[in-house]
Design a protein around this ligand. Structure first.
Ligand SMILES: [Zn+2]
Length: 406
């Protein structure tokens, strides 16, 4: 007996509003052997896409990721008992035998969905083998056998998210204990810079609920500094309350993000600067990391970190903000906190007075300044941070955020 004609349909997250209809359509034409939900870890989508399709630049897959959405996606495994073979090139220009039935069904499913290219199908044996290996790490025969014997748990996501959630809440509790313990035994109430991403959760999941944010503000002492990274719109919405609370934050912005969905516009920033006492400083041009691994949720520079790229990120971002807002920029904040000695040197040469890190500690007058991430702390933890509870973690953060130059 020859090899069975097994194929995969992949419904990326944004296809799933039409999932029932699509699966119905598939079942009318082919034998469905099983379906399976798959979750890829956040931050790994670009890498996984690249691996799944086996070609293309990171930028290309970043675009695909934006179009297909994040979250769980569905894999539908089918068998075609009467394939109609034709010879064609795949997306990597390899000539192979493809099944016309799959080809036309894929086209039909794509017409059903509201977004383009959110449905994928393997159309040849070679593609099926490669994709099953990429998704599940086994060969097609093994995979189908476990699917048909019911040993593959297809009711639950292939990579359980639940574990991740439990892990996070344990980590949070542990952090809380550490913060309060060290604030008590090594009390250090020197001024701190605390940083957030936004007020409210409307524009980014990294935002801080409004009541919590203003509860923090009431605990600040003279000399403490409030920073926002990225320039999300919630601080525009809360501008009058900030003014009333006498909070004049420093906001680190990346020109490439300005005016985008969820982000402040130049006009708004001019108003916040002139009438609300905000200060705007550089957060690089594109918000891509300056050292270490690239942030997989953003388009990495296709050429890598070239001189020209560094110039745009560090020097031109400063020039652009100064030109747009008509005020000097003397500070830069490291995206995702990552840096190296040569990155610091580049910032110094570019004329920055301060580089803001994500390493906790006191706000002293050094070139590399400490900041404490406060966005998800409850009031007790926040008070502990102001009293130095996070300072003990500085070494750990330094290890995580600093890359050695080769
Ligand atoms: Zn940022």
């Amino acid at each position: 007996m020859g090899r069975r004609n097994i194929f995969l349909f992949v419904l990326w997250p944004k296809a799933r509003s039409k999932e029932a209809e699509m699966i119905d359509e598939i079942s009318r034409r082919l034998r469905i052997l099983g379906t399976c939900e798959v979750a890829w870890p956040r931050g790994e989508w670009i890498k996984r896409f690249k691996d799944f399709y086996g070609f293309g630049s990171s930028f290309m897959w970043w675009n695909k990721y934006r179009k297909c959405g994040r979250g769980l996606f569905k894999v539908v495994v089918v068998e075609d008992v009467a394939p109609v073979w034709f010879q064609s090139e795949d997306s990597r220009s390899r000539v192979m035998q493809m099944d016309r039935n799959i080809h036309s069904l894929k086209k039909h499913l794509r017409e059903l969905s509201e977004h383009s290219n959110v449905v994928h199908a393997s159309m040849s044996h070679i593609e099926t083998d490669e994709e099953i290996r990429s998704l599940f790490g086994v060969d097609t025969e093994t995979f189908v056998a476990s699917l048909e014997s019911g040993s593959l748990e297809t009711k639950k996501p292939y990579i359980p998210y639940a574990l991740d959630v439990i892990h996070k809440s344990m980590k949070k509790r542990l952090r809380s204990m550490v913060l309060r313990f060290f604030a008590a035994v090594r009390r250090d109430s020197s001024p701190k810079a605390v940083f957030y991403h936004d007020i409210g959760l409307k524009w980014t999941p990294m935002g801080t609920p409004k009541h919590l944010f203003f509860a923090h503000m009431r605990l600040l002492r003279p000399g403490d500094m409030v920073c926002f990274d990225d320039g999300f719109r919630g601080i525009w919405d809360a501008r009058d309350e900030l003014k009333a609370a006498n909070v004049h934050p420093v906001v680190f912005i990346a020109p490439a993000l300005v005016g985008g969905k969820n982000y402040l516009t130049w006009d708004e920033m001019r108003t916040l600067q002139a009438e609300y006492g905000f200060s705007f400083q550089s957060h690089t041009w594109s918000h891509q990391t300056l050292a270490g691994e690239f942030n997989h949720e953003l388009p990495p520079p296709d050429e890598g970190r070239t001189e020209q790229w560094f110039r745009r990120e560090i020097v031109l971002s400063k020039d652009e903000i100064e030109r747009r807002l008509g005020k000097g920029v003397d500070s830069i904040c490291l995206p995702v906190g990552h840096f190296s000695d040569s990155v610091l040197e580049r910032c110094r040469v570019a004329g920055y007075k301060y580089v803001y890190s994500s390493i906790p500690g006191n706000l002293d007058d050094g070139f590399l300044r400490h900041r404490c991430l406060a966005q998800d702390l409850d009031e007790r933890d926040f008070r502990a941070v102001l009293n130095g509870g996070m300072n003990t973690l500085a070494k750990r953060y330094l290890k995580m955020h600093k890359t050695n130059d080769k």
